[in-house]
Ligand binder design. Structure first.
Ligand SMILES: Cc1cc2nc3c(=O)[nH]c(=O)nc-3n(C[C@H](O)[C@H](O)[C@H](O)COP(=O)(O)OP(=O)(O)OC[C@H]3O[C@@H](n4cnc5c(N)ncnc54)[C@H](O)[C@@H]3O)c2cc1C
Length: 337
């Protein structure tokens, strides 16, 4: 079914709570109607934008084109053997409902990604990740439709070109596809990833290491560290953790011998963007109605009636300052529209 609305406010469609309007918003609840709709693409107001839960988007102005909101539902086991199950999930399912469903069925793999906002269809786009696990660890297939000709595609994991907060859907296929469903391969045998930070100790403190305890612990940690978008508009981490070369890292160590870092390869290390922003003195700072969260410097927040441009202005100030202080250039993780 299609539900087409014109001149509609997007305030409740993005977790920053930015009040802009879209010329057209089309909610599609099945793939067949989506294909029909896209077959007539010439008639649609342009540009086109695919929207999920709006938890990784910053709207900076009214959107003059068509927003397509895939609300395709369903979670179905399509194959299983002794060790694994293959679960096909509609793009419009909430990500955390999927994680909850897997945990309740004793399927291992996604539990560390508990409580990430957004929809399943967006999970391959930036290859969501948390606590040492990424969506790509469980994704087998991504299905969807090409915007230009309404043709269906099926990509294997390799074809998705996953990387750190990266995939083909953010590179050559950026804004060119609608993902309609994702097939995940989950393990029936216990297989945990607990080597990230102090997560193992935190889970052990709750009792045994079980799927349920991992999920609950991660939810508790996230709730204690990150603002709830309903209470304070935000899109999670605003910037990616920069990957820098050894030369720049050497300079950083001269002034900050204890700078946290993770090796990437022989020539590069990753530095937490949140640490850079906090060290530069931005934690808790505000610029008009936009601010840096007081507990988590990587999260930019809407303190009330911020516009997208207010948030962007703050982000740009931070980028300039971090470059001046550390010779490191931050890049937004959030999609700025
Ligand atoms: C409080 C908070 C915490 C967060 N924590 C994390 C975290 O730990 N790890 C992490 O990786 N992210 C995190 N995020 C970011 C966000 O949750 C993820 O990026 C999520 O996958 C976005 O999903 P969405 O449905 O809201 O996508 P949207 O924000 O609606 O869209 C994001 C991008 O994907 C595209 N897109 C969306 N759906 C589709 C589709 N069906 N087909 C094609 N393209 C599509 C959009 O065009 C856009 O480019 C957090 C966000 C918040 C607010």
């Amino acid at each position: 079914m299609l539900n087409i609305q014109q001149n509609i406010s997007l305030k409740t469609f993005n977790t920053f709570g930015i009040d802009v309007k879209a010329a057209q918003l089309t909610i599609c609840s099945n793939k067949e109607d989506l294909v029909d709709y896209l077959s007539d693409i010439k008639k649609l107001p342009k540009p086109l934008l695919i929207l999920g839960g709006g938890s990784n988007i910053l709207f900076t102005k009214n959107f003059e084109g068509t927003i397509i909101y895939p609300r395709i539902k369903g979670m179905e086991v399509i194959k299983e053997d002794e060790a694994s199950i293959w679960l096909k999930v509609g793009a419009g399912e909430e990500w955390d409902d999927l994680v909850d469903y897997c945990v309740r069925n004793d399927w291992y793999g996604l539990e560390n990604l508990s409580y990430i906002p957004g929809n399943v269809g967006a999970s391959p786009v930036q290859n969501i990740g948390a606590y040492g696990v990424e969506a790509q660890d469980c994704i087998e297939i991504v299905n969807g439709v090409m915007l230009e000709n309404a043709g269906s595609f099926t990509f294997t994991k390799d074809q998705c070109q996953f990387g750190y907060r990266q995939s083909i859907f953010k590179k050559e296929l950026k804004a060119k596809t609608v993902i309609t469903s994702v097939i995940f391969k989950l393990s029936k045998q216990p297989a945990f990833t607990l080597n990230y930070g102090h997560i193992k100790e935190a889970i052990e403190a709750t009792g045994d290491i079980t799927l349920k305890n991992i999920r609950n612990t991660i939810i508790d940690i996230r709730k204690s560290k990150l603002p709830e978008p309903e209470e304070m508009g935000n899109a999670g981490s605003f910037f990616k953790n920069p990957v820098i070369d050894q030369e720049v890292f050497k300079h950083l160590l001269e002034d900050h011998p204890n700078a946290p870092h993770y090796p990437v390869d022989a020539d590069h290390v990753k530095v937490p963007a949140g640490w850079l922003i906090e060290t530069a003195g931005w934690k808790g700072k505000t610029l008009g109605p936009a601010g840096v969260h007081h507990q988590q410097a990587l999260v930019l927040v809407n303190h009330g009636e911020a516009s997208g441009l207010d948030i962007l202005k703050l982000a740009n100030r931070i980028i300039v300052d971090i470059r001046a202080q550390f010779d490191i250039t931050l890049e937004p993780e959030v999609n700025v529209i």
